[in-house]
Design a protein. Structure first.
Length: 393
């Protein structure tokens, strides 16, 4: 089959790789019909490159049609339409029963000290072949795939794999009180969807910050007040002015480790690109290489006693978070990979009854799998209006 494969920094290709097969009696094989490119994929072709191997199949936002099932699979059958969550979770362990699927005890990567395996991700998360491909092997066929109805386009459901539960969890973790104010940093697909969900859930005052014109336009069109800057002083100043000098009740960081405005860490990340991966991988596990600009803005902006909800991914281990400042401001910090299945029962009914979140025209680009390298480049450089790209294998 054809698949998007990792070859190095800023280098993905479409290669022919072996077709996936049923290996365990509860496996299913899904023929992929739509597969998103995510901001997290960009980390793999930059900061997280030391944890990748040439030939790794990328992608963790797929949906498609079940083509083959193992002998113990009863929940789905060939022909069923399914979305595949980005966390590989068993659905039956203690963590899964707590709604903490990203910590699944069956797929936790204990030797690496990391949580549940993820599709199309690094060695830290199991190095499992991903879904930017014609076919995908999906384990836990009775509990992992999300069955979705026929009759509506893929775009209606595909974001159940990641964008929707990630943004939903970010808004829930932010816990904006009634009548309160939420600030979302970053208007990529995750930040944009956070603002949509916040409006849908009735949060009264939703602000965001970014500098990319088409991303700003999408958010303003849906009623979000956008601060057109990513400069910490400007963003903090503007949001304080809007909140009686106090700051917002909650801030979502939907940016992560590749923030604008962290020149030193940016140099460190580029320098790490020149050091062989065998040396760099252990260093990254103990040292800090993140660009902390967005997180620092969140800490400064949030009101005293407020909540920061971190959905942007940070990769290094000992970045100097301003802990004393966080302690002094009495900030609550909540974060983590999204627990996809935890939120599916809340989100799926919203998708089948209509389109209040605007998912039908959320994607800016639908491109054939073969054009993935160009699509990655455009998304990374924020060129050609690329906000959300769906690959069509
Ligand atoms: N927690 C999870 O489960 C989960 C799931 C999916 C994605 N993510 C993470 O969420 C983050 C966003 O993903 P995305 O797909 O929207 O990515 P993206 O790269 O398209 O979006 C990031 C946006 O942030 C803006 N930005 C950069 N620096 C900023 C700053 N200092 N202040 C404000 N905005 C700034 C950029 O202009 C860009 O529009 C990534 O770190 C990704 O890895 C986490
Ligand atoms: Zn993703
Ligand atoms: Zn589990």
């Amino acid at each position: 089959m054809r698949a998007v494969t990792w070859h190095g920094r800023a280098d993905v290709r479409v290669d022919t790789v072996p077709d996936p097969t049923i290996q365990d009696p509860t496996d299913v094989v899904v023929e992929i019909t739509s597969s998103g490119i995510c901001g997290s994929d960009l980390h793999l072709i930059e900061v997280m490159a030391p944890f990748m191997t040439v030939g790794d199949v990328m992608g963790h936002e797929p949906m498609g049609v079940v083509r083959e099932v193992g002998r113990d699979v009863t929940a789905v059958k060939p022909g069923d339409r399914v979305v595949v969550p980005f966390n590989i979770s068993c659905g039956t362990c203690w963590m899964c029963s707590q709604g903490l699927q990203s910590q699944c005890e069956t797929t936790q990567n204990r030797e690496q000290g990391f949580g549940a395996s993820l599709f199309g991700y690094t060695k830290l998360y199991g190095q499992v072949p991903g879904g930017q491909a014609e076919y995908l092997r999906v384990p836990f066929g009775n509990t992992l795939p999300i069955t979705v109805p026929e009759g509506l386009p893929d775009d209606r459901f595909v974001y159940l794999s990641d964008v929707l539960p990630t943004a939903w969890q970010a808004v829930q973790y932010a816990a904006t009180p009634p009548g309160g104010t939420l600030l979302v940093l970053g208007l990529g697909p995750i930040g944009d969807m956070c603002t949509r969900i916040a409006h849908h859930l009735g949060i009264e005052r939703v602000y965001a910050s970014d500098v990319v014109p088409e991303r700003i336009a999408r958010a303003t069109a849906r009623g979000t007040d956008v601060i057109r800057s990513t400069d910490q002083d400007e963003v903090v100043g503007a949001i304080r002015d809007a909140t009686d000098g106090r700051g917002p009740d909650a801030v979502i960081d939907a940016v992560g480790m590749e923030a604008h405005g962290s020149p030193l860490a940016s140099i460190a990340q580029k320098a790490s690109a020149l050091i062989p991966d065998a040396i760099m991988a252990p260093v990254m596990k103990v040292a800090g290489v993140d660009r902390m600009a967005a997180l620092n803005t969140a800490i400064e902006a949030v009101r005293r006693g407020g909540t920061i909800s971190l959905s942007g991914v940070y990769g290094g281990a000992t970045d100097p978070m301003p802990l004393s400042r966080m302690f002094d401001k009495q900030i609550q910090l909540r974060m983590g990979q999204a627990n996809v299945w935890r939120w599916v029962p809340d989100i799926l009914p919203i998708l089948t009854e209509g389109d209040p979140l605007g998912v039908d025209d959320f994607a800016t680009h639908h491109v054939p799998l073969e054009q993935a390298p160009q699509a990655y480049a455009d998304f990374r450089e924020k060129k050609d209006g690329a906000v959300k790209v769906l690959l069509k294998p």
